[in-house]
Ligand binder design. Structure first.
Ligand SMILES: [Zn+2]
Length: 265
């Protein structure tokens, strides 16, 4: 069952918004808050961040199933996670780079408008806040909490020295430690339900992707080719049936509800 609402199709990728997204808008709507344009603009930037990942992945021949906006951020579902550390590094870094580029554009625009006195105070404060939020978003995503972008960058770098399996375990363990720390902060410091949900998501996703990578690496050790590891057709995944026997198995009937671990946040 498809829970998300389709916003449209951009650059050949379907964009969805999850109904829970209304949670972040509702307080503003009820209170008649003027924060709504800022929240919408911020999520526009989150969408651009996800397209940074998706379009960089496309350069490496990796398609994106769809992009969905959640209250905790965006998720791009890539057809696969690249095995080559260089490709993973570039796809991971492309998201935060988009946010830093937005900061640079907003700063340049603000500076030019300020010198021409072309912006009202509220307009410049809106652009200033959006720039600060983007800066925060870029930096936050670079925290090495695998599978967040910073964690993927770390895994890619560690892969060079330790190999993919070991690097994934190291990055995923650090990711879980940071997720626990973030979760405790969400409970005792920021008291934010969204932060807590994000912490739980990172904790579970790090374990799920670690298990997936370890099973892929075991499969490679069994002598299956790279092709058979990576090119399971959409909707299918490889299942270890024991004794070195692997079987292609459908993940789910609906392409949108497939719960693969190729989520890119
Ligand atoms: Zn990202």
């Amino acid at each position: 069952m498809r829970l998300s609402w389709k916003l449209g199709r951009i650059a050949g990728i379907d964009v969805f918004v999850h109904p829970t997204f209304l949670i972040v808008l509702l307080p503003g709507v009820l209170g008649g808050s003027d924060a709504i344009p800022l929240i919408l603009a911020l999520f526009g930037c989150v969408l651009l961040h996800e397209f940074g990942h998706a379009l960089m992945a496309r350069r490496f021949g990796i398609g994106t199933l769809d992009i969905t906006l959640y209250p905790i951020g965006g998720v791009a579902r890539l057809m696969r996670i690249p095995r080559a550390p260089g490709a993973e590094f570039l796809i991971a870094i492309a998201g935060p780079v988009v946010n830093f580029a937005i900061v640079a554009v907003l700063a340049a625009f603000g500076f030019l408008s300020l010198s021409a006195e072309g912006l009202s105070l509220s307009q410049s404060s809106f652009l200033g806040q959006l720039a600060i939020l983007n800066l925060g978003l870029g930096i936050f995503n670079l925290i090495p909490a695998f599978p967040m972008d910073g964690g993927r960058v770390l895994r890619a770098l560690l892969s060079v020295g330790f190999g993919r399996a070991r690097a994934t375990t190291m990055a995923a363990r650090l990711g879980r430690v940071l997720a626990i720390a973030f979760g405790l902060m969400a409970i005792f410091v920021t008291q934010s339900l969204l932060h807590l949900i994000l912490a739980v998501f990172i904790f579970l996703a790090s374990r799920s992707e670690e298990l997936q990578v370890l099973s892929e690496e075991r499969m490679r050790a069994h002598g299956l080719s790279d092709q058979s590891v990576w090119y399971a057709p959409p909707g299918y995944h490889w299942v270890d049936r024991g004794g070195g026997f692997w079987q292609l198995s459908p993940v789910s009937t609906s392409p949108h509800d497939r719960s693969g671990s190729n989520r890119w946040i």
